[in-house]
Design a protein around this ligand. Structure first.
Ligand code: ADP
Ligand code: GLC
Length: 484
């Protein structure tokens, strides 16, 4: 079964969020389930630089200028995954963020940049690479949303299906919307611009195209699959999603054990595992030293590793900070994004530097040191399709404190007395997005922390949770087989 994954980022080459963690791990995991998976990526500078020498598969004229399709078998532990890269410097050769310019404004030609991605996926399903034709195209998020549309257009003109398609929603809030007058630039049949198509509120919706034209839809947790069918969380697409509910399923993301494992992680100062947690104390002490926090082994260290956006609910962390500090806790934040949140965290760190530390920016190695050294990972999201930071928290024995929503609800069990006693507890969970429920969860965290034997019991339980890619890959492979 030849499956082409289509997406805009892939760890470790280029990463702005969890999407890259998924595309960096799922294709390799699929190999163990009878799928020959390859990945198609735009030729952004970081991707080109990370891959080294590439061979040219084809040079071609596209509706957006000439482009070349390049290929390299990327050596990866556990079996290499073939990567195709689109060489189109006029569209992709720009430094920095792959979606926006230095002032954070989305590029004005994003509709062309990501139309080309979807268009080339459809070409790979029609024999562009004579040695490898995709039988199934698996498109991720709005960037790849036009791939199923181009496949449908090709099928209509040829009178037969060219490849099956799956579209995965990693985040329904990012929709890839463009002005209707760009439709002529997409090289799609005229009748695709309608409500039963990619039109959405008078505009072009790339995410909507994926949701409408793909054979099957998935999202990254069972809870989110239900939530996006409601008006509250459907971002205007809940009607379409309800109409396709029998073709929509939720498959939880996993954790890539070759990257995220405290027993083998070379990026942390001391390694540890579920039997011997002593290395974790060393990681915490090192982190406190690195950030100038008071070197107190018994002060619970709460941490955030996150994009600083509305989605992540971090206003609660700010509102709850006085209570956290009054109880003797410490806070460490690694993130970047919203200027007001950045300023608020920076201000908090300036006011109480021995208890609060902030690193603004993106730092992969530091994120490992934080997962290893923290006691609690804070993830109070307003919505969360899956969430990986709480999974990394579990794996590193840093108990996640999360809101009961989306993938967070599916992966963390609260530490009520009976759940602790019965060995089910793995973290702290609150319901309504409000100060009081958040603080109640935080108080549970402090209460448990002051009972070290119980805390360790929950830590061990958390670390034993198996959110591995193998389980997810098995479900995707079963889905592929159904459609093919
Ligand atoms: P999302 O994809 O919505 O951002 P996820 O929890 O699925 O949320 O994935 C976030 C990923 O990005 C995790 O791998 C996390 O460690 C990483 N990450 C987020 N912010 C930063 C940062 N500032 N520095 C390093 N890694 C980060
Ligand atoms: C998105 C979501 C996040 C999810 C990630 C990978 O960025 O916001 O919840 O874990 O995609 O699927």
């Amino acid at each position: 079964m030849r499956v082409l994954h289509v997406c805009a980022e892939m760890a470790p080459l280029l990463k702005t969020g969890g999407l890259a963690d998924v595309s960096g791990a799922l294709p390799a995991a699929l190999a163990r389930h009878g799928c020959e998976a390859r990945v198609l990526l735009p030729g952004f500078p970081a991707i080109r630089a990370g891959l080294g020498a590439l061979q040219t598969v084809a040079r071609l004229d596209t509706p957006w200028g000439t482009a070349a399709l390049l290929h390299q078998a990327m050596p990866a532990p556990g079996g290499g995954v073939g990567v195709y890269v689109i060489d189109a410097p006029q569209l992709y050769d720009r430094p920095g963020n792959p979606y926006a310019d230095a002032a954070q404004n989305p590029y004005g030609d994003n509709h062309r940049r990501f139309a080309l991605l979807g268009w080339l996926a459809a070409q790979l399903a029609q024999g562009l690479d004579p040695y490898w034709r995709a039988e199934l195209v698996h498109a991720h998020d709005w960037h790849a949303g036009l791939a199923p549309a181009y496949l449908r257009a090709a099928a209509q003109s040829l009178g037969r299906r060219v490849a099956a398609s799956v579209f995965t929603v990693h985040n329904l809030a990012y929709q890839g919307m463009f002005a209707a007058h760009h439709f002529g630039e997409l090289a799609l049949p005229g009748d695709f611009f309608r409500m039963d198509g990619l039109e959405f509120h008078g505009q072009l919706g790339f995410l909507k195209a994926g949701l409408f034209y793909a054979d099957r839809l998935t999202t990254v947790s069972p809870s989110y699959a239900r939530e996006i069918q409601t008006p509250e969380q459907g971002c205007g697409l809940d009607g379409l999603l309800r109409s396709r509910r029998h073709e929509l399923s939720g498959i939880l993301n996993g954790v890539d054990d070759t990257v995220w494992n405290p027993a083998t992680d070379a990026l942390i100062p001391a390694r540890y595992d579920v039997e011997d947690l002593s290395g974790k104390a060393a990681c915490k002490a090192a982190l406190q030293r690195e950030f100038g926090l008071a070197p107190a082994a018994d002060a619970p260290l709460f941490a955030v590793v996150s994009r600083l956006t509305e989605q992540k609910g971090l206003q609660l962390v700010l509102d709850g900070l006085p209570g956290l500090l009054a109880r003797g806790g410490q806070l460490l934040v690694l993130g970047s994004g919203d200027a007001a949140l950045e300023a608020a965290f920076r201000h908090a760190a300036g006011a109480t530097p021995r208890s609060v530390a902030v690193r603004l920016g993106y730092d992969e190695a530091l994120s490992h040191r934080i997962y290893a050294g923290a006691d609690v990972m804070l993830v109070p999201s307003r919505f969360e399709p899956c969430g990986l930071t709480q999974l990394y928290g579990l794996k590193y024995g840093s108990l996640p404190l999360v809101r009961r929503v989306g993938g967070l609800a599916d992966t963390v069990n609260d530490s009520t007395l009976e759940d602790v006693m019965e060995g089910r507890a793995t973290g702290f969970v609150f319901g309504d997005f409000a100060f009081e429920p958040y603080m109640a969860a935080m108080r549970r965290a402090f209460a448990l922390y002051h009972e070290p034997a119980w805390w360790q019991r929950v830590q061990r339980n958390a670390m034993r949770q198996a959110f591995d890619w193998d389980a997810a890959a098995a479900q995707y492979a079963a889905l592929y087989r159904q459609i093919l």
